[in-house]
Design a protein around this ligand. Structure first.
Ligand SMILES: NC(=O)C1=CN([C@@H]2O[C@H](COP(=O)(O)OP(=O)(O)OC[C@H]3O[C@@H](n4cnc5c(N)ncnc54)[C@H](OP(=O)(O)O)[C@@H]3O)[C@@H](O)[C@H]2O)[C@@H](O)CC1
Ligand SMILES: Nc1ncnc2c1ncn2[C@@H]1O[C@H](COP(=O)(O)OP(=O)(O)O)[C@@H](O)[C@H]1O
Ligand SMILES: [K+]
Length: 485
């Protein structure tokens, strides 16, 4: 896992090292990366975009080093000299003293092999103005690889939101520490490959959150002398009329993630007595399932009938670990009396896994408002519902009631297909059933689910047409590989 920082923490790091030549180091690192990206292009011409603040200063330093290395460098500066912060002003002067020139608009009739984006970094506080929006759109239309400095211009460092328009970079060299906005919402689509340079600062402050980019804690190795009862029993309740598959997908995923026994309780009147494709699943009357299970999932395809409400009500009052998804979340949003029970539960025993639409329903706001700050939305749900929260989507956010949060780095758009969420909650339940804490199970399941999808894409199974069932099987392969090889 890697630390993620808030703007205030990065500012504090900058201030504590104000006399350590950080901008010079940042610009030099940018020039090194730029020239390594250009290795195959001799005599390349580079466009450097320098904005009105210190991000522009980084770009001007990079421009100077690149020019000294023999590249042809065109600098476009969008600020005003008089308003530059001191370090950036020094970089501006050094560029001119070195013989560099400054333009205020894009030079016409030139072709560049690389563009260095130093318009805005972590100081972008509002939507881009018309001038910068225009420039960003022109840059994106050129089809030239872009190296963004610190964060692609136009991406909010905290939320990954596009502020009016944003540079689509092939590479982002980020300084001092990783920013959450690089990893969730629109950040990943704009940042390309991310590189970190800590500018020689080895002592970093405590992180605000964490990027989950390696498998977190795994379940213990199995004792030789174990039996099915040693690996927990998962129960899944849902599957109203026409939605039976949701429960079966969750149940099958739980089996593949190692649950000793899996029980499925289907609400549909015409429910099958057997899963023809997975005879290991035990299909029972929904109300009876909790008595067999150590970990319960409720919600996949559950519908919003009175039966569903009363089943959920009784489940919430039981002491088992509980994962709520899909319709269970819609029911929770619609029934304040159900929410009241949540806070009587033992801490750490409830997880909820909303996608942004379900999160909006739970928080009584719009989906756009949820997405505007995914970490804040997830933390709010964690607090209000006393639950471990997975806010799903590109860069799933895991938030805990005590304020800790994580952004998941695995996964891909092949997962945007029906049934993926059902598979995720089955995996969470199975891991929790194998004696992991619910928090550990959630973190591992979210990473594993995305890593399985990534592994399938690497094999050519997706992103187009990848199915949730295939993800569950691939998750089994990875879990075995991580734990037993
Ligand atoms: N200081 C250090 O030690 C180090 C700093 N480093 C580098 O500095 C970067 C942070 O620099 P920064 O704080 O100067 O912010 P930056 O992103 O350049 O933009 C601020 C400028 O933009 C302006 N502005 C904002 N929004 C705007 C808008 N929508 N449209 C138009 N203007 C807008 C804003 O003006 P104002 O809000 O005052 O009107 C201000 O002039 C950081 O990302 C890293 O690259 C590294 O070198 C490491 C050492
Ligand atoms: N673009 C994406 N990048 C990464 N993960 C994604 C992406 N789209 C969807 N996912 C993941 O796929 C799953 C989809 O869940 P959900 O929307 O509940 O699907 P369903 O309700 O159809 O089962 C979530 O775990 C989500 O994080
Ligand atoms: K930038």
């Amino acid at each position: 896992m890697k630390p993620l920082y808030a703007q205030s923490q990065l500012r504090a790091m900058e201030q504590a090292h104000a006399h350590d030549g950080l901008m010079e180091k940042a610009g030099a690192a940018a020039a090194r990366l730029a020239s390594s990206l250009l290795l195959t292009v001799s005599g390349a011409r580079i466009l450097v975009l320098a904005g009105p603040g210190n991000n522009g200063g980084d770009a001007l330093v990079a421009a100077r080093y690149l020019r000294q290395q023999g590249y042809q460098v065109d600098v476009v500066f969008t600020g005003t000299y008089a308003s530059l912060p001191p370090d950036a002003r020094a970089a501006y002067e050094a560029w001119l003293a070195d013989g560099g020139e400054i333009a205020s608009g894009l030079p016409q009739g030139r072709e560049w092999q690389l563009i260095v984006d130093g318009l805005f970094g972590i100081g972008l506080t509002r939507e881009l103005d018309a001038l910068h929006r225009d420039l960003v759109q022109q840059v994106n239309a050129m089809g030239v690889p872009v190296l963004s400095l610190d964060i692609p211009t136009g991406i909010c460092m905290h939320t990954g939101r596009v502020l009016g328009a944003a540079v689509c970079a092939a590479h982002t060299l980020t300084f001092l520490g990783l920013k959450p906005g690089l990893y969730t919402q629109d950040g990943p689509d704009h940042a390309g490959q991310v590189y970190l340079d800590n500018l020689g600062l080895n002592a970093a402050p405590p992180a605000a959150g964490f990027l989950v980019d390696v498998p977190p804690a795994l379940p213990a190795r199995r004792r030789l002398n174990s039996h099915k009862g040693s690996h927990g029993s998962v129960g899944v309740i849902g599957g109203a009329e026409h939605m039976v598959g949701a429960v079966l997908l969750a149940g099958r995923a739980a089996l593949r993630a190692g649950a000793g026994r899996v029980y499925c309780g289907l609400l549909a009147g015409s429910a099958p007595a057997l899963d023809q494709g997975q005879a290991e699943l035990m299909l029972r009357d929904a109300a009876s399932v909790p008595q067999f299970a150590t970990v319960m999932v409720a919600g996949p395809g559950m519908g919003q009938s009175d039966t569903a409400v009363s089943l959920l009500h009784s489940l919430l009052e039981l002491s088992q670990l509980l994962i709520l998804d899909a319709d269970a979340l819609n029911l929770l949003a619609a029934h304040p009396e159900l929410q009241a029970i949540l806070h009587q539960r033992k801490p750490g025993t409830l997880a909820i896994t909303p996608h942004p639409g379900e999160a909006a329903t739970l928080l009584h706001i719009t989906t756009a408002e949820v997405q505007a700050d995914r970490v804040a939305s997830a933390l709010r749900m964690a607090r209000e519902f006393g639950a471990i929260v997975v806010l799903k989507g590109c860069g799933s956010v895991v938030a805990l009631p005590d304020g800790r949060w994580f952004i998941n780095h695995s996964g891909n758009p092949g997962m945007a297909s029906a049934g993926m969420g059902d598979t995720l909650c089955g995996i969470i339940a199975a891991l929790a059933a194998q004696e992991m804490s619910l928090e550990e199970a959630v973190l591992l399941a979210v990473y594993l689910h995305g890593a399985a999808a990534d592994s399938l894409v690497a094999k050519g199974v997706g992103p187009v047409g990848m199915t949730a069932s295939e993800v569950a099987s691939e998750a089994r392969a990875l879990l075995n590989q991580w734990r037993y090889r």
